[in-house]
Design a protein around this ligand. Structure first.
Ligand code: SAH
Ligand code: MG
Length: 211
């Protein structure tokens, strides 16, 4: 078991959309990273994946940037499949997962490791200049947001670094296409090799520059 038992309990108890086996696979992916540099996840929601990744980052002395505008994806909005009504700020009629995210990271003892980037992915990405040892893509799952996240963030993954993509469903009956499409882009680029498949989580290693 890669995450220590106390952190594992925090991760499993945290709200979010990461099944336990895929969460453990996230931790194992982080544990296997050998190149130096920080980690970044696109799409933190209430901080569940942040604990699985951040728990390992802490032990390694790394930072995990946790990027989210905390307003929810399309599929989190009212009337959609993954909507949780208590996450709406009633004063403004918009979702706000930031308070729960902060509480999750606090309770897991990861405030010194997990650095929240509260903003829109392309806005932050437009000024980003830090090479990444690990990138986890789990933001908007529509066609435009998923491909944009791919184009924005994948170039920052170092050779030898890790690219993780969540909600990859080769069979359309299991879920939406865009995460699968960006997984295919990575594979077809020749710049990545597949290392692991756990549920809908794909772990790739960058073996060459390009995308
Ligand atoms: N990794 C999380 C789940 C992420 S859900 C877990 O383990 O539970 C997807 C998240 O992506 C949502 O919180 C949503 O707010 C965020 N998101 C969607 N589009 C975004 C964008 N353009 N910029 C920043 N965050 C975005
Ligand atoms: Mg997901």
């Amino acid at each position: 078991m890669s995450l220590d038992p106390k952190l594992l309990r925090h991760a499993e108890a945290a709200r979010g959309f990461m099944p336990p086996d895929e969460g453990v696979a996230l931790s194992e992916a982080a544990e296997a990273v050998s190149v130096p540099g920080p980690y970044l996840e696109v799409g933190s929601y209430c901080g569940k994946s942040s604990v699985y990744l951040g728990g390992i980052a802490k032990r390694q002395g790394r930072v995990l940037f946790a990027l989210d505008h905390h307003r929810g994806s399309e599929e989190n909005q009212a009337g959609w499949e993954h909507h949780e009504p208590d996450l709406v700020d009633d004063d403004i009629g918009k979702m706000d997962t930031l308070p729960i995210f902060r509480r999750t990271v606090h309770d897991a003892g990861l405030e010194g490791t997990v650095v929240a980037l509260v903003g829109d992915s392309p806005t932050v990405g437009a000024v980003w200049d830090i090479p990444l040892a690990l990138l986890f893509i789990d933001g908007g799952h529509g066609h435009e947001p998923a491909h944009r996240d791919y184009e924005t963030w994948v170039p920052h993954v170092k050779v030898g670094g890790t690219l993780l993509i969540h909600d990859v469903f080769p069979d359309p009956a299991d879920g939406g296409r865009p995460p699968y499409e960006i997984y295919l882009r990575a594979m077809e680029s020749g710049a990545f090799r597949e290392v692991d498949v756990t549920g809908s989580l794909r772990r790739l290693e960058r073996i060459a520059d390009g995308m």
